[in-house]
Design a protein around this ligand. Structure first.
Ligand code: G6P
Length: 607
């Protein structure tokens, strides 16, 4: 999603703006631009495509100046061309925007009717013109912004530069995050703390409706009513090192291999091994009174929620409704009193999930949030905040955040079951013991990286791939298919093994690899029957199972991937590894852009 950075300094800013954009590349973008203030003029450089194009443009036509704004754009309104790239500018004002201005059409018509010329197809450009019009009429930058913000509907984070006021920038947020960075003699604006990693770690998070005037000396923050407010300056843990690839070829690869460590890190704040107990962070409502759980999320986080539904119902015997956020928002869900609404998100900023959270809050639900960014909007609006400790996730395709979400959700399911009197102390201790086995099992799964790399070419040539799984491994089949689509651009579908014969079986031939996730255990035999149905029709199977499973059903497969033998509770965490690695190695064989797949964004902050 779009990335914003702004710097007010006494030293040249163009290189550092470009560096900041590089740190935000992971968010996903398709064009970029910079605008500095120099010699009483706005100096704007933009380019479509990758940042290398913008860097080349800046090498040809430098942008001198000690104050500037920059942007990576993920296209919503208008194609990813240079003229639609931000910053958008008039003679007086330049502006970058993340979000969507929903009422841009009437605003645009108003501006056109006044004879103004707009040069892009974007919703953002109207804001530059609205602010510019105020300034041209004699308003100060502050008065101009204060007049325009109430006219905007939708979601935005903005950073605005003014030709005639070279010592300041104005930032504003509503629905999209924006942070202020503090340093000695210079100040920053950024989409998140990571954008400013390497520049400063002293960060203030703007609240909804806030706007801020940033000068070299500091920041004056106002709330939506225009009243001066203070927002605490905290020390961000985001360091430039956290966004380095180290010895890995891709961020995604690094993040897959971090999983044993970050899952252990996450579990350590939810489990008390010595007592065999699950512990949650502080909250002040009665968990035992929860009668229904509504889980809402998007993408990979949704599949974590799908696994959790199996666990909550199995352990706590609490009925669970599960929805993708974009559907939940508009289907008029029935929310009974006494319900717990649970939102799962790596970023904590996904627009649809956040809107669903606010809907549930307004409907009186208790709000629980499993989130990886503790300073995010969702984290701040939760009654029960359940952080994952995955560290910054840079690869667009989520990996380590997913397994950490599963770890937290398993702990929550067990805790809820204890609170509801459905789980004895002994059973709770048993669950704790199995969860503690997860990091070692993840390591054992990663040991098969080279086997998976060796078999990836068998899948890389396919046009379609089918993933099958049963029970809590069915969501893993969906996740496997999603990963393959996201980074290898191969059409893939995940199916419940038993459902395959109701349709997808018609697709089976020797050209469609069928990847079967089947840990040995109670459901193994049934999945093997479905596998035989595939083979009877000439289909080629890749079986992912443990030693026992492979001994029983591995013969005659196109390939097999061995997993450690694990308790069914942690199988979804462990089986995430081979589906991630398979998608990763297939993408490498195909030579696609693993960390920044085409058209995708890391955090989708528009509806
Ligand atoms: C985007 C990302 C996915 C992610 C989804 C949900 O589509 O590309 O990797 O799973 O958003 O994001 P969230 O931050 O809410 O987990």
């Amino acid at each position: 999603m779009c990335g914003i950075i702004g710097i007010v300094s006494t030293a040249p800013v163009a290189d550092r703006l470009l560096e900041g954009l590089r740190r935000m590349e992971y968010r996903g973008y398709d064009s970029a631009g910079v605008c500095t203030l120099h010699d009483g003029a706005l100096v704007r450089r933009r380019a479509e495509g990758k940042l290398a194009n913008l860097a080349a443009e800046l090498a040809r036509n430098p942008a001198p100046g000690t104050v500037g704004i920059a942007h990576t754009r993920w296209a919503t309104h208008g194609a990813p061309t240079t003229s639609n790239a931000h910053p958008h500018a008039t003679g007086e004002v330049a502006l970058v925007h993340n979000g969507i201005i929903e009422n841009y059409k009437p605003l645009r018509e108003e501006l056109l009717a006044e004879g103004r010329t707009l040069e892009s197809e974007t919703d953002s450009e109207v804001v530059a013109h609205l602010v510019s019009r105020e300034v041209e009429d004699g308003a100060s930058p502050e008065a101009a912004v204060a007049a325009v913000l109430p006219r905007l509907r939708g979601a935005f984070a903005l950073a605005i530069a003014f030709r005639a006021h070279p010592g300041l920038l104005i930032g504003a947020r509503l629905g999209s995050p924006l942070v202020v960075g503090y340093a000695d003699g210079e100040m920053f604006l950024g989409s998140d703390a990571l954008a400013l990693a390497g520049l400063t770690q002293r960060i203030a998070y703007l609240e909804e409706g806030d706007w801020v005037v940033v000068t070299r000396e500091g920041a004056e923050i106002r709330d939506a009513e225009g009243a001066a407010v203070e927002r605490p300056v905290t020390t961000s843990g985001a360091s430039a090192a956290a966004v380095e690839k180290g010895n890995y070829r891709h961020y995604m690869q690094k993040e897959i291999f971090e999983q044993p460590t970050v899952v252990a890190q996450t579990l350590s704040s939810y489990l008390r091994p010595a007592e065999g107990r699950v512990a949650l962070p502080q909250f002040d409502f009665d968990l035992s009174a929860i009668r229904r759980v509504t889980i809402v999320a998007c993408g990979t986080s949704f599949y974590a929620g799908m696994v959790a539904k199996y666990w909550f119902e199995q352990f706590a015997r609490v009925p669970v409704d599960l929805d993708v956020a974009s559907e939940f928002r508009y289907r008029e869900p029935v929310l009974e009193e006494g319900g717990l609404a649970l939102f799962i998100s790596q970023s904590g900023e996904t627009a649809d999930t956040l809107a669903a959270l606010r809907h549930c809050k307004a409907a009186g639900q208790t709000i629980a949030v499993v989130v990886n960014v503790p300073t995010s909007s969702m984290a701040r609006e939760a009654d029960l905040l359940l952080p994952t400790h995955a560290g910054p996730e840079i690869g667009v395709a989520s990996t380590k955040a997913f397994t950490c979400q599963l770890a937290v959700l398993a702990a929550l399911a067990a805790h809820l079951a204890v609170a509801k009197g459905r789980l004895s102390r002994e059973e709770e201790a048993e669950i704790v013991r199995h969860l503690l086995e997860a990091p070692a099992a993840l390591n054992a799964a990663l040991d098969h990286d080279e086997d998976i790399e060796a078999m990836a070419p068998l899948v890389a040539g396919a046009r379609d791939v089918l993933y099958l799984g049963r029970g809590a491994d069915y969501p893993l089949a969906l996740e496997g298919a999603l990963k393959l689509k996201e980074i290898s651009y191969i059409h893939a579908e995940g199916y419940a093994s038993g459902e395959m014969k109701h349709g997808p079986i018609a697709l089976i031939d020797e050209h469609v690899p069928v990847i079967v996730l089947a840990p040995s255990g109670p459901l193994f035999e049934k999945t093997v029957s479905n596998m035989e149905e595939v083979r009877a029709r000439g289909g080629r199977v890749v079986l992912i199972s443990d030693e026992d499973g492979l001994a029983e059903a591995g013969a005659g497969c196109l390939a097999t991937i061995a997993m450690p033998r694990v308790h069914p509770l942690i199988a979804p965490l462990v089986y995430a590894v081979p589906v991630q690695l398979l998608a990763y190695h297939v993408a490498c064989v195909k030579g696609t852009d693993v960390d920044q797949p085409r058209n995708l964004a890391k955090s989708v902050t528009v509806e």
